[in-house]
Design a protein around this ligand. Structure first.
Ligand code: ATP
Length: 625
């Protein structure tokens, strides 16, 4: 993969290099002006030291040869070395501070960028995942550098060029041809090394996908949560083999490139060796000739050596290694900001406060597919969710029920048609306002490794935690009976990997997320959407939950997705989703009287239940449809 470049011919390449370097320098804005100015001054001092040292040595040697007092010259030399050393000492922590500030800003920026997208479609794309991986300021491989180290290196490179110019003046004073004879081989060898390093970076980029896959297998093999299944299934060797395979795909090109680079170092030796031997040999020879100056020769050797050091490779590694991350970040800023967010830039104010009414939601000819080329999951769907209604959505596996509620939550934008809330197009409503009115329990809800209290309160994170509401919600969901058995009650971490933490059963977790939704209702949400909320609950708990949800009617709309038709039969209205549309709608009795697809499914489930099986229907029972 490649991050955006403008490399079209030489002008394009130069423009890209210029743009990249400016981008790196732009990162310095996160470090604060004082620190940046301080580092600039320190690095300028460091850059001047080699030339000043060379000139002072020349003066010292002259004085020694003329048998004149050398105290002042020695003091001057000592001062130059001391100031250079002090600047070096201070510049290290200053660079570190600046780099840390920039990297911290990148980490925060990246997190905010990922979170700022109200939809999740872009975040699910593999390209976005790869960009997020490249842009983070946490290097994993040797060719990767953070924006902080790249920006400080770029600043250092600019100040070192000032040092190169001053040292070149010392050489030119001796002989005009000396400066180009030293500088040109240094630049050519720097560019050879840069080319070799760029090859490593390209390989690094190409290996990102394999790296992400390797990470998936590593987690499967070593992490506790996945480790449960990997042990019972005997997956260990299987996962480790695949992990190694992906690592090899990622690392083999790097190893080969490493060996190639090591062997190619002779190019640098050839470019740099002969001109330098010739230049330094001439200087030494001239110094021994009549009229030659040993002092000048000493100064020139010092300045020449300084130029080679100033034009070294280290900063190229820091700079080139940081650029892919900066480009990836810039690309993410463009794609995440423009792809889906633009459609919701017009905020439509909705009512606030405890007493706001339940919303009227209408799906008008809504179509949706997860990708441009993928099949339509919803296809011209019409559905109304009336205020205060208890609506059940049923359908076979893969019918699109969860997709429908993700659209309702604004996580995806319909490919066709529209969803309205109280007559306003959902894409024109500020997502934060809409999400303060709706609470969704997803089928694949997240089990946060946080305390029980946090696990419930994050269901309505926009307001400070209200303990009374939390406890009321727990009493309504039946979670209060679970809490009495927890060692630290509400403060118990819900993960055995945390100190004093516990693991909850599937049904207990379901009560936690139901409490989350009920707490959101207590706090102001007026549409509860529950995707398979009782799948793990025993029959008694399920009845209690359903009874409780029925109590919310009129004050809030409730949308319930369930495969258990015995649960949903008490809903105000049941809709059957099939082929991307609502194909039946009515109360349980009305649908049974119609004797359509719902009635057939219900009969099948009832029969299975009478035979002692679970009362759900699965894809295999699609014949009924
Ligand atoms: N993130 C996604 N990317 C691509 N396709 C998806 C994604 N999520 C779901 N799908 C596809 O969309 C279709 C509908 O899935 P959805 O989860 O909405 O069905 P469902 O009715 O909730 O199924 P179930 O009853 O099994 O929970 C399926 O074919 C599924 O493969």
């Amino acid at each position: 993969m490649s991050t955006n470049t403008d490399e079209t011919g030489w002008p394009g390449k130069v423009f890209t290099v210029f743009k990249d370097r400016l981008m790196l320098l732009g990162e310095l804005r996160h470090a604060g002006p004082l620190a940046v100015i301080g580092l600039l001054v320190l690095q300028l001092v460091i850059s001047f030291v080699p030339a000043l040292t060379a000139m002072t040595i020349e003066r010292l040697v002259d004085l020694l040869l003329d048998n004149e007092p050398t105290t002042v010259a020695l003091a001057l030399l000592g001062s130059v070395i001391l100031v250079g050393r002090l600047a070096q000492i201070w510049s290290t922590p200053t660079s570190y501070l600046i780099a840390q500030r920039i990297d911290a800003a990148r980490r925060v920026g990246l997190t905010e960028l990922a979170m700022s997208s109200p939809q999740i479609g872009m975040l699910e794309q593999s390209r976005t995942r790869e960009l997020l991986r490249i842009a983070r300021a946490d290097p994993e491989f040797w060719a990767e550098r953070t924006p902080g180290t790249g920006a400080t290196a770029q600043l250092g490179l600019m100040t070192r060029w000032v040092g190169v110019v001053v040292a070149a003046l010392v050489l030119t004073d001796f002989a005009w041809w000396l400066a180009p004879l030293v500088i040109l081989p240094a630049l050519v060898s720097r560019s050879i090394w840069r080319r070799q390093f760029m090859e490593h970076i390209e390989i690094e980029r190409a290996g990102v996908r394999a790296g992400l896959e390797a990470d998936d297998w590593r987690r499967l093999a070593v992490e506790w949560t996945d480790g449960k299944e990997s042990r019972t299934f005997g997956l260990h060797n299987w996962a480790v083999d695949r992990w190694q395979d992906r690592l090899l795909v990622m690392l083999s090109p790097k190893w080969r490139a490493g060996v190639r680079s090591a062997l190619d170092q002779w190019q640098i030796a050839v470019v740099i060796g002969p001109p330098l031997i010739a230049a330094f040999g001439l200087i030494v020879w001239q110094a021994g000739e009549p009229g030659g100056s040993v002092a000048a020769a000493a100064a020139v050797l010092g300045a020449g050596w300084a130029i080679l050091n100033l034009l070294g490779f280290a900063d190229a590694l820091e700079i080139e290694g940081a650029i892919p991350g900066c480009r990836a970040y810039a690309e993410l800023r463009t794609t995440l900001a423009t792809s889906e967010n633009t459609s919701i830039s017009v905020a439509q104010p909705l009512e606030h406060g405890e007493l706001r009414p339940a919303p009227l939601v209408q799906f008008e000819q809504v179509s949706f597919s997860y990708s441009d080329t993928g099949p339509a999951v919803l296809d011209g769907l019409d559905l109304e969710i009336a205020p205060g209604e208890l609506l059940a959505i049923v359908g076979l596996n893969g019918a699109g029920k969860s997709t429908l509620i993700k659209l309702l939550g604004g996580l995806y934008v319909p490919s066709g048609g529209r969803i309205t809330v109280d007559g306003h197009d959902l894409t024109h409503i500020d997502p934060r306002q809409w999400r303060s009115r709706i609470s969704i329990v997803f089928q694949d809800f997240v089990r946060y490794h946080l305390s029980l209290l946090d696990n419930v309160a994050l269901g309505y994170a926009a307001v400070p935690v209200d303990r009374e509401r939390v406890e009321r919600a727990a009493a309504e969901s039946g979670l209060d009976r679970v809490i009495t058995r927890l060692p630290q009650k509400w403060d118990t971490p819900l993960s055995r990997t945390r100190a004093g933490g516990v693991d909850l059963s599937g049904g207990q977790w379901q009560k936690v997320v139901l409490t989350r939704a009920m707490y959101a209702f207590q706090s102001g949400a007026r549409l509860l959407v529950l995707d398979e909320p009782t799948a793990h609950l025993d029959v008694k708990s399920e009845f209690e939950v359903f009874h409780q949800l029925a109590q919310y009617k009129r004050r809030a709309g409730v949308v319930l997705i369930s495969h258990r038709l015995s649960t949903v039969r008490l809903a105000d209205r049941i809709v059957l989703l099939d082929g991307g549309r609502i194909v039946e709608s009515g109360t349980h009795d009305e649908l049974m009287t119609c004797d359509g697809k719902y009635a057939k499914l219900f009969a099948t489930q009832a029969e299975r239940f009478n035979q002692g099986y679970d009362d759900r229907f699965d894809e295999g029972e699609g014949d009924a449809l």
